[in-house]
Design a protein around this ligand. Sequence first.
Ligand code: FAD
Length: 264
Amino acid sequence: MYAFEYKRPASVADAKAALGGDARYLAGGQSLIQAMKLRLSSSATLVDLSGIKDLQTIRMDGANLVIGAMVTHAAVGASADVKRACPALAELAAGIGDPMVRNMGTIGGSIANADPAACYPAGLVGLGATVHTNQRTIPADSFFTGLYETALQPGELITAVSFPPVQKAAYVKYKQPASRFALVGVFVSQSAGGVRVAVTGAKGSVFRATAIEAALSKSFTPEAAKAVKMPATDINSDMHGTAEYRAAMISVMASRAVAAALAR
Ligand SMILES: Cc1cc2nc3c(=O)[nH]c(=O)nc-3n(C[C@H](O)[C@H](O)[C@H](O)COP(=O)(O)OP(=O)(O)OC[C@H]3O[C@@H](n4cnc5c(N)ncnc54)[C@H](O)[C@@H]3O)c2cc1C
């Protein structure tokens, strides 16, 4: 790891001010520190966000669930508010990685990192969430722009994510057994806004499976999801699974997610 300067501001304004030059925000360090240790990433300064109390709350804003950027996966998984408003989101968080990753990793760090196999991107897009930053709000549908890429501008800091009310939802992932990242993960939801089906792990970035959404809008059943044959075009292919295999798994995971959502 290359040497770096360390800063720990106590407010969002101070964090932004501390970021000048070759600096990056540090959340749980579960992706960033690993990359720095391997010398895949280096920064002259790390601005640790863990001292900013405003980023660490979970609250209801009317009917919307609002989760601060520095809330850990473990805290989301254990939160009574999250379990009441959206049990599927609590389960998604509780299924990330291992206890160390869940106790250190944060929702803000996860979505800023935009790993193509991460779970939260599916949760945000699958629920039609909104990302709040120190500059603006960004709909989840336009936040994830590519492989490890987001709509964030340099220095822009995620402060929270808000989730609208949902009637039925579930997330099911087929795990990569070593890391527990999603080989294919599917988040399904039914709400006043309609049906959403978001897929992670299968392409360079999270995407909506519109053919499955159309089928589920007519009939919200596991059979309807499973009957959709997803094309293998542009689907990831590697030593863990071919494009054809992953494409088939999208419909299977979607049907299991619908079954889980209906069973609540
Ligand atoms: C062994 C292992 C298994 C894992 N398994 C899973 C899994 O099953 N599913 C899953 O989804 N994830 C998994 N992860 C990733 C985990 O969820 C991490 O939480 C995530 O990668 C990054 O979160 P972090 O809070 O540690 O962010 P960091 O590593 O601290 O930061 C990541 C990036 O986000 C930026 N950043 C952080 N916070 C903000 C902010 N508020 N605003 C703007 N930019 C910010 C940083 O500058 C950095 O570029 C795993 C990780 C490991 C090490």
